[in-house]
Design a protein around this ligand. Structure first.
Ligand SMILES: [Zn+2]
Length: 184
């Protein structure tokens, strides 16, 4: 977790990538009229993007695989959709792992160990469980936003992930369905 967030400084190229993601998220959030979330480039090679309370995260592995701005916009809009629909908080309330880490966080906070408390909070946030219905809802929200903003070529991201052998995940709609949802 320390390696994933913060303890390691970003290289100039990574700073540029993160700034590009931030610019895209700013444009999407403004178009949707929703608060601008924190944008984090996570230093992991695993191909992933996810939403934490108030934050959108994309891994370095994902930015290396998905480079077209319209395809990144699909992923970012999906994560903003999760935030707008309140999914990360719901996912934490639902997850027994999250509740376990929050309990340990409160104990660490009581003994004034704020660094450990912060680490446990991140672990709790990362242990949320988002379900299939929420994934589908975030896709539909994102597709509507992108369509209203005239984005083209947003559906092909799912083909690229599938071709790269990245699994959609048991709690996500199948790629075929996601391609249909993002069809112009
Ligand atoms: Zn999702």
């Amino acid at each position: 977790m320390r390696r994933e967030f913060g303890a390691v400084a970003l290289s100039p190229a990574e700073q540029e990538t993160e700034a590009a993601l931030r610019a895209q998220v700013t444009a999407l959030a403004e178009a949707a009229g929703v608060p601008q979330p924190l944008v984090i480039l996570a230093l992991r090679e695993q191909v992933n993007a996810y939403a934490l309370p108030g934050a959108v995260v994309m891994t370095r592995g994902m930015t290396a695989l998905i480079t077209a701005p319209a395809e990144r916009a699909t992923l970012l809009a999906h994560e903003i959709g999760h935030l707008v629909l309140g999914h990360p908080e719901l996912a934490m309330r639902r997850s027994r792992h999250s509740q376990y880490f929050l309990q340990r966080m409160r104990r660490a906070a009581r003994r004034q160990d704020t660094q450990e408390a912060a680490r446990l909070y991140v672990q709790a946030a990362c242990s949320g469980e988002i379900g299939l219905a929420e994934e589908r809802a975030a896709d539909i929200w994102a597709a509507n936003l992108l369509r209203s903003q005239g984005y083209k070529g947003t559906a092909t991201v799912w083909q690229h992930l599938q071709q790269a052998g990245i699994h959609s995940g048991a709690n996500h709609p199948e790629y075929q369905e996601r391609i249909r949802i993002f069809q112009p």
